[in-house]
Each structure stands twice: as C-alpha cells, then as structure tokens.
Design a binder for this molecule. Structure first.
Ligand code: ADP
Length: 449
C-alpha cells in the first residue's frame, strides 16, 4: 500500500474543487491544471500548486493528454484524479498514466474498455444473467439487420451509440421509415461526437424511471453498493434532479438491483467507484442500460444518505487500501435530493446564459449543501458545460427534504445570468412530483412540452 502525497486534478469547476477539498482533508497535496479561461477560478487558488495547460477550448487544454501528463511530471505527482467528463472515461488516457507510472484514480484500463462500450457491457450483463432491455446482440452495421431486429422486438425502438454519453447519439424510431433515417443519423452523430460510429438497438421503454446504483470496489475484490439514485427528472435524456432513495421503489426490487449491479462489476474485475444504470418500468421490472466508469455529478446524494465520502474512497482504493467494510456494514438513512443549477434560460428553450454573475447569495441552514466553484463577480467561460453548482438537501425523509429544497431555492439569489432555478421552484410544488410519481418523461410532459 502506497499513501499518495501529491495528486493532480485533471478537471475544472466544481468537481476540481471537490477533489482539492478531499485531498486537503486527507493531508495530500493537490495540483490543479487550468486553461487560460479558468485562471482566476477558486479551485486553482485553493490547490497547493497549479499549472496552466493552454487556451480555453477544452480540445486545447483539458482534453490534451500530453499537456496533462507533462504537468503531472513537472509537479511530480503520484496519481491523477480525472473527475467526470473530459478524460474520465478515456481508456487511452488511463493507459498513458499507467505507462508513465502515474496512478489513474479510477478503474483499470481493461474495465474502462469493456464496460465503457455500451454494446460490450450489455453482452457482459447478459452473460451473467443481469436483465437487459431487449435489443440487438451487440453492434448493428447493416440497415436490413436493424429492420429485422425492430420487427422482432417491436416498435418503438431506440438507436444508441456504443460510445455514447450525455444523451447524444440517441434516436427513437416508431416505424421502418424513422428507423432507417435514425439509423444513419445516429451513426453520423456518434462518429462526429465520439469518433466511433458503432450503434446498437434497444426496445424503447415508455416512461421508465432511471434508477442507478453506486458501486465501490477495492483492488482486493470486495464490492459493495451504496444504494440507488433516482435520476428520472431529465430533459433530453440529461439529468437535472437526482434523489436517493428512489421514491416508492419496493425493498425487494432494490435488493435485487443492487445484487445485479455488484454481480456485473465483479464479472468485469472492476475496482474504484462506478455506477450501474437501469431503467425501471411501471411494473418495477428493471433493465440494465449502462455502466459509468467514473465518479458522477450526482454522487453527493449518495454521500448524504450513507455518510461515505466517495472521493476519499476513490483515492484510498487507488492507493491500494482495502475498503475495510462489507455490504452488511452499509447503512442508509434519510433522504437527499440534488438540483443541478445550470446557467441556462428555461424560458427560452434552455439556451446557455454565459456572462458575469453580479449577485450570488447562496442558501444555507440545516440540511443544505452547495457544491460550487462560482461566486459573485465570477464570469462563466463560454467553453464548458453550463453547470454552475449543485444544490443538495438532506433530511430525515423525502417530505422534509422537499420542504428544505423549496426554502433553499427561494433563498438563492443570483443576478446577471439566467438559471434553471425558476423551473425547479415549480417542480417542487407539483402534485405528481410530491407523490413521487416520476419518470423520464415527467419534465417534458408537465413543464417543457
Ligand atoms: P447516456 O450515456 O448518453 O446518458 P444512457 O444509456 O445512460 O445514455 O441513457 C440516458 C437516458 O436515455 C436514460 O436515462 C433514459 O431516459 C433514456 N433511455 C436510454 N435507453 C432507453 C430505452 N431503452 N428506453 C427508454 N429510454 C431510454
């Protein structure tokens, strides 16, 4: 076992700050890398050292592997934390780290390759008896094969990119014509976005819930799940509100899903943190959709209900430490909800709203956590995603958590940019949301249609 003394954070924004904070608490020095657009960011100031890695556009900075590795070598770090997005699920980057003898804080290169490819992950899930959405056996390359599969499973179907992420490269088809069009469009979009045109086909489940399980696994083979997060509140397949536990999910279903999640990652010899995602239909049948081989944006809700610091655990696991606990030791308490505060205008089709934040008075009080890198006077660079923070509440039960979230949203004063807060204020009053009657079509049906 090797305790790290210095870690490089290969990311920006709130997650970079989150990792710098964890390092401080663990008595580990942190090195921030930043683009010219992030020069004045708070995480850069708080890190022990910082290195500029180029101009604003991420292709020339946060995605440039040679620059990140040079920064790691100059500052003599033992490990790199990739955060989420950017290089976090890039097997090549993990491999370069390995060949440079720098620990990649995440799973092995092999696990990223086998689980990060959605079509391959589906095959592995099927081979170990984890239920999958009915669909193609692996990648589909011919139009005629796509038509035959759709005939067999029945419309509607969803065409998905093997390398997909962030809701991109997906098309829903209700008939042969839209299937053929969607087939070519999805492949082209996947090629443009991920440099990989592989696509596969699944049955399109109508109005499912998105329920995912947080996994932690050490290099000695202990695998635990830390319960689920319900991420059904989405816009265009992108999550906006996440919560744990999933409202109304029966105990036995949760147990079975957790066991399936553990079984799947064990089969991939997985270690570090990961998430196994499922869709759940209205009869509580569940189907595996994908594994995210990294820490996720919504990890704080799991931290609140389990009391486990996930970034700290990632760092411990990467240093070779055993988890030190088993599934029986994990306790779940209370309810947590997270809202992603995006600099987007919900009144104008969520168009991005970059600019300078003139006023920023965050909420506080019992049960409120805010993970953010921004402050009054901060200018949101135009190059990156639009999330400016995550507002998380934690209370004894869902009803109390909702009251706290309403109060916190009301308190939050932001001037100078538009945000998604006005939408959330409405959602947290909505009859069906209060009842826990949610699904992935909820926001479109009641608010965005
Ligand atoms: P990404 O990696 O791009 O986020 P996912 O496979 O995780 O893609 O799916 C994202 C979202 O797309 C899901 O949460 C769900 O809303 C929708 N989705 C994906 N597959 C299906 C399916 N077979 N049926 C219905 N909706 C789906």
């Amino acid at each position: 076992m090797k305790k790290f003394s210095r870690i490089l954070v290969a990311n920006r924004g709130e997650v970079a700050l989150r990792i710098v904070r964890a390092c401080k608490e663990m008595d580990i020095e942190s090195v921030a890398v930043y683009s010219e657009a992030d020069r004045d960011a708070s995480y850069v100031r708080l890190a022990d050292e910082s290195v500029c890695i180029g101009p604003g556009p991420s292709q020339q900075s946060y995605l440039e592997i040679p620059k990140i590795i040079s920064a790691a070598e100059i500052t003599d770090v033992e490990a790199i934390h990739p955060g989420y997005g950017f290089l976090a699920e890039n097997a090549h980057f993990a491999e370069v780290c390995r060949s440079c003898h720098i620990e990649f804080i995440g799973p092995s290169v092999e696990a990223i390759s086998s689980l990060g490819d959605k079509a391959k992950a589906r095959e592995l899930a099927e081979s170990v008896g984890v239920p999958c959405v009915p669909g193609s056996d692996g990648v589909v390359t011919e139009e005629n094969d796509a038509l035959a599969i759709a005939q067999q499973i029945g419309y509607p179907v969803i065409i998905k990119a093997s390398a997909g992420g962030g809701g991109r490269g997906m098309r829903i088809a209700h008939n042969d014509v839209s299937l053929v069009n969607g087939f070519h469009a999805a492949a082209a979009e996947a090629e443009a976005a991920f440099k990989n045109s592989d696509i596969y086909i699944e049955k399109y489940i109508e109005k499912p819930r998105h329920v995912e399980f947080q996994i932690l696994a050490d290099t000695q083979g202990t695998v635990v799940h830390l319960g689920e997060r319900d991420c059904s509140m989405q816009r265009r397949h992108q999550k906006l509100i996440e919560e744990s536990p999933s409202p109304g999910l029966p105990f036995e279903v949760r147990e079975k899903m957790g066991e399936c999640a553990r079984k799947l990652v064990k089969a991939a010899n997985y270690y570090n943190a990961g998430t196994v995602e499922f869709l759940v239909d209205h009869e509580f049948n569940f189907y595996f959709i994908e594994v995210n081989t990294r820490i996720q944006v919504e990890h704080p809700v799991t931290e609140m209900v389990t009391g486990i610091d996930l970034i700290r655990e990632q760092i411990r696991i990467a240093s070779g430490e055993p988890l030190g606990y088993t599934q029986e030791d994990i306790r779940f308490e209370g309810a947590a909800i997270e809202c992603r505060i995006n600099a987007e205008d919900p009144d104008h089709d969520f168009r991005p709203s970059p600019g300078t934040i003139k006023e920023w008075i965050p909420p506080g009080g019992l049960g409120v956590r805010l993970d953010t890198h921004v402050h009054a006077g901060y200018t949101i660079p135009p190059f990156y995603d639009s999330m400016v923070g995550k507002l998380i509440v934690y209370k004894k039960n869902r009803t109390e958590a909702i009251s706290t979230m309403r109060r916190a949203l009301d308190e939050f004063q932001i001037e100078g940019i538009a945000t998604t807060i006005p939408l959330y204020k409405e959602v947290f009053k909505h009859f069906h949301f209060l009842k826990g009657n949610i699904n992935t079509g909820f926001l479109e049906e009641y608010f965005l249609g």
